[in-house]
Design a protein around this ligand. Structure first.
Ligand code: HEM
Length: 535
């Protein structure tokens, strides 16, 4: 020890040594103070709901159980650190943060200390096995490298041409067109979820379940995914996890249905793998570029391939549809902003003649700003949790204990005045733009953590934007959508695995009139529709 110190003093200048000494001293002091505070009971550096001896915050938690998103948001807005700690009888200690420094720290700086952890992987383990979405450590890292090939610019271009073109022009637009003719309302949330399921299956499995095609029977695979993800989400929201664990052991009730759905999903994917291998053995299918075929040719085991593609389907199936559902609702209430989107889409389509459509979509800056603004207020993944591997202290001084659930909270973050200013509640796409609207402003991924951030940032982010822009531009150029029955009650966000709109989004569809030379809708398009909807 003494010799290593003398080696240090020999090589390092005294000012650096002094700095290192004080730096280490304050680091140790900080941990020591935090520990001392804890040893006296309630953590004084922590904020949150009212706590009672023994039961913790059980009473206010129970009282707010149906509005947890808004309750957490109110507590976070009132917390000087924008972080709260919840301790309640029967539940794991939980740290919830809307503090961008903390989010950066847990998702990047000290990434290794915040894996998903067993409590998370237990909930989704039956369905996802060891797939990327449910894996940590080396298992996750290997899959991450493999899956990233699916998101090269080349594959995204192919995705636009092959998958989005067909799904939009042959299915989505004709459905909207016939609803328009028959003056029927449509549930946009349902249509968008079907669209997303079809597209993610084409990309991940190389099959078309035809979930959006009304002439085809209901896809068993889609139904099984619906059931399985719904039940897994309820596992995650259970007040006492022992209840679903007992039901799982006995295979009864919802757990029995989950088991049956998971069996169907596993058998379907295993069947696909078998057939794809037979096809390859017969010298066919070399042109296939879906994830499943790629993994098979990589020589991975059938179980690894199965788990990986199931994770992929889960990640891509409900996220873009959730984002677009809220986008269409928000846009329908802002005719001026809607006109701007339509103008940009029309303008890009005219100027982009002969150009690559992928590039054309990338250029739609105003639409991208609208999508970001809509996800700020209604993020598809409202909250996301990790579990601390070791004791730690977050940058704002909040003490974390080994095994704590640490949740970053995009829904609350999008509603923090300290992050977005006094007008945080306004739908204002221009906050995402600079250079007079020509460029997208740089916004920290830790402040807008809707796609997570750091090493585990969403792999499908680019693909999601391409898909959302494609659908939004195509639908809005052809149709005007307004919420059926007007806006008596604001829709309610239900934070299952992804954020759903309770009861769906029923909309009236009308054909969009032409734009005049100033970019305004001729014949008062939106206003005319308003009259129909409210009459
Ligand atoms: C608006 C759309 C989307 C949003 C908001 C979103 C958000 C997220 C978030 C928050 C995570 C982290 C989840 C966690 O670790 O618990 C994630 C991971 C992931 N997403 Fe997305 N996602 C979207 C669309 C997609 C799409 C379309 C795909 C692929 C088809 C996709 C593929 C993935 C994958 C593979 C991961 C796992 C990454 C990893 O663990 O390394 N996502 N996404």
């Amino acid at each position: 020890m003494a010799s290593s110190f003398s080696v240090l003093t020999f090589f390092l200048p005294p000012s650096l040594l002094l700095f290192m000494f004080f730096f280490s001293f304050f680091l140790i002091l900080r941990v020591f103070v935090a520990r001392f505070i804890w040893s006296n009971g309630r953590c004084f550096t922590c904020h949150g709901p009212e706590m009672h001896p023994f039961i913790g915050c059980l009473i206010p938690f129970y009282r707010n159980r149906r509005r947890l998103l808004d309750w957490f948001t109110e507590l976070l807005a009132a917390s000087p650190t924008q972080t709260i700690v919840l301790e309640r009888l029967g539940a794991r200690r939980t740290v919830v943060t809307a503090n961008a420094d903390n989010v950066e720290y847990m998702l990047k700086t000290n990434f290794d200390n915040y894996p998903k952890g067993k409590p998370f992987t237990d909930i989704l383990g039956d369905l996802l096995g060891c797939g990327i979405f449910n894996a940590d450590g080396e298992l996750w890292h290997t899959q991450r490298k493999l899956a990233s090939h699916e998101f090269t610019t080349r594959s995204l271009r192919e995705f636009v041409v092959k998958t989005l073109d067909a799904e939009t022009n042959e299915r989505l637009l004709p459905i909207l067109s016939s609803a328009c003719k028959d003056r029927r309302t449509v549930d946009m949330q349902d249509l968008l979820r079907r669209f997303a399921f079809d597209t993610v299956c084409k990309v991940a499995l190389g099959t078309d379940p035809g979930f959006l095609d009304p002439s085809l029977p209901m896809s068993d695979l889609a139904a099984a995914f619906e059931v399985a993800s719904g039940i897994c989400a309820r596992r995650g929201a259970a007040l006492v996890s022992a209840v679903w664990k007992v039901k799982r052991t006995l295979g009864v009730g919802s757990e029995g249905r989950l088991r049956a759905s998971v069996r169907l999903i596993h058998e379907s994917v295993m069947g696909l793998i078998r057939r794809r291998k037979e096809e390859a053995a017969a010298g066919k299918g070399a042109e296939r570029s879906d994830l499943l075929s790629r993994l098979i040719s990589g020589g991975h085991s059938d179980e690894v391939i199965r788990d990986m593609v199931i994770s992929f389907v889960m990640a891509g199936r409900d996220t873009t549809s959730a984002a677009l559902t809220w986008f269409f609702w928000l846009i329908s209430r802002q005719p001026e902003i809607e006109r701007e989107v339509v103008r940009e889409a029309a303008d890009r389509a005219d100027r982009g003649q002969g150009l690559d459509r992928y590039q054309e979509l990338k250029e739609m800056k105003f639409l991208e700003a609208c999508l970001c603004e809509s996800m700020r207020l209604y993020p598809p993944v409202a909250w996301d949790s990790k579990h601390a591997a070791r004791d730690d202290v977050l940058p704002d001084g909040t003490e974390v204990r080994r095994g704590d659930r640490v949740t970053y909270f995009p829904y609350g973050m999008g509603r923090m005045e300290r992050l977005w200013g006094k007008d945080w509640m306004e739908f204002e796409p221009r906050r995402w733009l600079e250079a007079e609207g020509r460029e997208l402003a740089r916004v920290s991924a830790y402040k807008f953590a809707v796609f997570q951030a750091g090493p585990r940032v969403c792999l499908g982010k680019e693909m999601a934007f391409v898909q959302m822009k494609y659908i939004a531009a195509a639908v809005l150029r052809h149709f005007e959508l307004r919420r059926a029955g007007g806006e008596q009650r604001p829709p309610v966000l239900v934070p299952l695995l992804t954020a759903h709109m309770a009861g769906g989004l029923k909309m009236v569809v009308r054909e969009r009139r032409e734009l005049d030379s100033t970019g305004r809708l001729r014949g008062g398009g939106c206003d005319r529709l308003e009259t129909i909807v409210n009459s």
